[in-house]
Design a protein. Sequence first.
Length: 228
Amino acid sequence: MLETIKNRLKNFPLDRHQPSPQERGLTAAVLVALHGDNSDPHVILTQRAFHLNNHAGEVAFPGGMWDETDSDLLTTALREAHEEIGLSPSLVEPIATLPIASPKRRNLNVTPFVGLVDAPLELVADPGEIGALFNAPLKHFLDVERYEYFEMQTDFGALSFPFLPYNGYKVWGFTLKVLTDMLNATLEANIHLNYPSHERIEALRQKAKLSASDTLKQADQLQKRGQL
């Protein structure tokens, strides 16, 4: 399996690009680190610390924001992986750059890089950023019967998202999308999940704005009548 993924990822050549000056404050990179036997490869995942301001407690790839000291975004991904989980860049063989994506709840451009690492690994999570560190088998993601959905309440209404439970963790959002897209592209995994469309999100936002506007108008009218 791992060899097939590696060969098919040649369709996503390694691109050591830099963000433009206008993009640098909104640009990040992550490392999709694969390792293990050819027939049973795993991916390294983290659970973000619960005290963080953004995405606290969520499952993520090692990675983070571009820094002005980084020569390119691959350097960003490798540096962050070293800082977060103690993975030395010298142990990573970068093989592919996956399409840039944006998490639905943050205005970021995130570049995922795929790298091969030799196991066993002695990794140590930085408690300031990482609450837990674990390896998930790619076979788990290939079993479409395992996927579930949950509802998230937002400022403008409830949205339904797919997730994959694994050993008490919930893999969802950007992390799940990157992994399933990679498996579909390399193994023809035929994983089809339903995500809220941008049109659906925008429609809910507009509805919430109209509702808020109506509430303000009603309050204004009551105030003019002396009822408030």
